[in-house]
Design a protein around this ligand. Structure first.
Ligand code: TXA
Ligand code: MG
Length: 325
């Protein structure tokens, strides 16, 4: 079991002890508004290697480097005018910008997977204070073992990684609940949505003044098996767009509407009885874990509207339902 520090009760201890662990080159689980992150010094190759080792990541994916301020981000990356506008409008917050890395920035190639770009985000709340205290960017993927559901509470982190890390900072349930939205401004000024997430695409389009170029939808039905990265996978299989529940299945529904067969379900959960997509995003990973823990072999999930935050929710659900490697 890892040591837990409650940020509300012991903020100074949390800051001080987390900086000590980071300085020693080890990762710390930290709260952010999106999901919990497994954070380590982005300039220290041994520390970054320990992130990959802890998560059991099969290959070196580029990691998001978290900053305390735009001024700090400017030390490491080059901002074009649109990226700057987006940063000023949405940081701190659930937005990651892919930007050209400055030469000799100090961010280690293990964090960027050797790319000449870097994913940068300023998180809300305690995480920013920790980065400011540490004085260097923190590389942090979501705090879960590779391919599994992201953690939105300290208890999730403990259950998944508690035997592999020494310190978990606890700031309660992550308020957004899905990972950041990732965008990249191309050289020609077009803006690409690389991952839908906790910042609604429409809000980005409003500030950028341009429509986002979207990735091909992660669709289990259309794409050939193997082409689609299975991710966010619970132990149980996942059945989307359910309109009824089979005996013994777990049910996750939306909007408070009962569906046929519920009385025989192993468990019935609702992402948002009021039909609020922000509430649904905040509950998504926790409900997937709870449904999985019911022991049901299959999780049936009703259709979720694809507007606003529904885009990120449906992206994660499609990956959760994708054929497993
Ligand atoms: O909300 C979040 O984004 C959370 C919290 C902890 O900040 N972090 C997170 O990190 O979701 P992770 O490692 O699970 O996802 C990082 C994503 C990957 O899909 C990676 O491919 C992409 O960011 N990424 C990072 N750097 C990139 C780069 N230079 N170019 C393209 N994609 C990049
Ligand atoms: Mg992740």
């Amino acid at each position: 079991m890892a040591r837990h520090i409650d940020i509300e009760k012991q903020r100074e201890t949390a800051l001080h002890d987390a900086v000590d662990v980071l300085l020693s080159g080890h990762p710390v689980a930290i709260p952010t508004e999106t999901v919990y992150g497994l954070a380590a010094d982005a300039t220290n190759p041994a520390a970054i290697a320990r992130i990959y080792e802890t998560k059991g990541r099969p290959q070196f994916n580029p990691l998001i480097c978290h900053m305390a301020s735009i001024a700090m981000a400017e030390e490491y990356a080059l901002f074009d005018p649109i990226s700057r506008k987006l940063a000023e409008a949405f940081w701190p917050g659930p937005l990651t910008l892919i930007l050209p890395l400055k030469p000799d920035s100090g961010i280690h190639a293990l964090a960027t997977a050797g790319l000449d770009s870097v994913g940068i985000r300023i998180p809300k709340g305690f995480a920013s204070a920790l980065i400011a205290a540490f004085g260097r960017p923190l590389a942090a993927p979501s705090a879960n073992s590779s391919g599994k559901i992201s953690s939105t509470s300290a208890a999730h982190v403990e259950a998944d990684l508690g035997d592999r890390i020494s310190l978990i900072l606890d700031d309660g349930a992550a308020p957004v609940g899905v990972e950041s939205t990732i965008v990249k401004v191309e050289k020609d000024g077009s803006v690409r949505l690389l991952r839908p997430g906790g910042l609604v695409a429409k809000d980005i389009e409003r500030v950028a003044g341009i429509k986002l170029i979207r990735p091909k939808k992660a669709s289990a039905a259309i794409e050939a098996p193997g082409m689609l990265a299975s991710h966010y996978a619970p132990g149980a299989s996942v059945r989307l767009n359910a309109t009824s529940v089979e005996k013994g299945e777990a049910l996750i529904r939306f909007g408070g509407q009962p569906i046929p067969g519920e009385e025989q379900a192993a468990i019935v959960l609702d992402l948002s009885p009021q039909g609020d997509l922000a509430e649904a995003a905040a509950n998504l990973f926790d409900h997937l874990k709870t449904a999985d823990a019911s022991g049901a072999a299959s999780i049936a999930i009703t259709a979720i509207p694809d507007t606003g935050l529904g885009e990120a929710i449906n992206d994660r659900l499609t990956r959760a339902a994708a054929p497993r490697p």
